[in-house]
Design a protein around this ligand. Sequence first.
Ligand SMILES: *Cc1c(COP(=O)(O)O)cnc(C)c1O
Length: 491
Amino acid sequence: MTPEEFRTAGHQLVDWIADYRTGIPDRPVQAQVKPSEVADALPAQPPSKPEDLDAVLRDLDEIIVPGLMQVQHPRHTGWFPSNASLASVLGDIASSGIGALGISWQSAPALTELEEVVCDWMRQLTGLSEGWKGVIQDTASTGCLVALLAARERAAGYVSERGGLQSLEAPLTVYASEHAHSAIPKAALLAGFGRDNIRSIGTSPTTFALDPALLRSAIEQDVDEGRVPAAIVVSIGTTATTAVDPLAEILEIAAAYGIWVHVDAAMAGSALLLPEYRWLVEGIEGFTTPDGVVVPPADSLGWNPHKWMGTILDTSLLYVREPERLIRVMSTNPSFLRNAVPGERVATEYRDWGIPLGRRFRALKLWFHLRLDGVTAIQDRLRRDLTNARRLAALVEAEPGWSLVAPVTLQTVCLRHDPGSAGSAELSGELLDAHTLAWADALNRSGVGTVTPAVVGGRWMVRVSIGVETTEWPDVEAVWNAAKELAAETA
Ligand SMILES: *Cc1c(COP(=O)(O)O)cnc(C)c1O
C-alpha cells in the first residue's frame, strides 16, 4: 500500500470508526454469538490475492463487530470501564502510522523522552511527589510482575546474579488481600515465589479492605518460621467492590521488615486525578508516626489510564521510587552501572524498566488524550460517574428487597436483590445465589445492559460499574430499571 492509497483507505476507515461509535447505543451490549460462530463465518484459508477495503469493512460490520461485547456502550456497566477516548485513538493511529521502534533511547529519542514527559505530567496530575519516576507498561499485570521481580531480587540480595532462587535456603513470601486481582497471584507465581509462599490476607467483613492485624500476624509467623517477607501488594480499589486497603498502616508494618510495597490502583488510579480522592493513597510518600518511627514511601505504584480515565489500551503506568531496582534486574547491558558518569545526564533506557525490548510509542496515546480532551473535561467526567454511582446507590437503598452489599467508594455499586426480604422469609443462601446469578444473566442476555456478578463474604452479588465515557444518568437508570424488572420476573 502506497501512502496515497493509504490516504484514501485511511479516510474511509476513520469514517467507518466514527459511524461505528455513533451507532453503538443501538447495538446489544453483550455479543449475541455462540462459541465458534465468528470463526465459522471466516474463511479457513488466508487470501492469496489482495482484496478491497470495502470487503474488509463489510466483514467488520457483519462478522466482527457483532462478535464483540460493546464495552464503549453507554449501558455497559460490567467489569470495569475500558474506555477508549477517540482523542487517544488518534494518538494510537499516529503511533502506528509513525511505526517507531523503541529498543533504546538512540533508536527513537522522542519516544523515550515523550514517555518521560507524559509520565511526569501524570505524576503531577495525580498529586505524587517528584520522587516518583514513571514508565508505560502494557498492562497492570505486567507492571505488577515487574514490581514483584524487583521486590524479589531486593529481598534476596540480587541472587539472580548468582544461583538464583534455586540457591536460596529461606523461601521468600508475598502478601495481598484475599480480594486482590487475579493478576497479583499470577504475577507472584510467574516471579517464582511459589503458591505455598503467597499469603491471601483476610479482609474486613464490612469494607472488604485488607485487615492489617491479619497481615501483621501472617508476616510475624513467616519470620518466626524462617521465611523472608519480600513484598506486599496493596489493593487500592479491589475488583469486586473497589475496596481500599489501608496503605499507611500497611506501610508501617512493611517498614519494620523492609518489605517492598507495590500499590495496585489499576482501576482507582484514575480517581487520583481528583484532588478530593487523593486520600485513597494517603501515606504513599512516607511519613513519621506519632512515636517518631520514620516510615519510607511505597516502592511502586501501578494504575491504568486505559480503564476509567479512557486512554485506549494498552496504557498502564508504573511508578517507582528507585528505577535502579528495576534496571539492576532487567538490564541486558552488563555495563549499565558504568554509564553513570557523575554530572552527566544519562539517557533513559526504558527496555531496562520492563520485559520487552521493542516498545511501541504508547506515550502518544496519553499525549493526544490529555491535549485534545483536556484535563478538566476528564475530571468532570470522572465526577459525573461518581455522582451517578451515589445516585444509583440511593435508589437501591430505598427500594424494597434491594440492598447495597459494600460501601460505594468510587463508581462501582454492589447490590443484591432478595425477593423474600420485602415481605416473607428471606431466601436461603443457595437459593439467593441462584436468584442473583439468574437475574444478572437475564440482564446480560437481554442486550439492554451488562453487569458482573462477583462473590463477597461467600455470597454472590452484582456489580454495576459505571464509567463508560458516554454513560449518562438515563443510561444508569435504564440498567437499574431492567435489573428491577428481571429480578422480579426471575424471583
Ligand atoms: C484491571 C485490574 C488489574 C489488571 O489490569 P490489566 O491492565 O488488565 O492487566 C489489576 N488489578 C486491578 C485492581 C484491576 O482493576
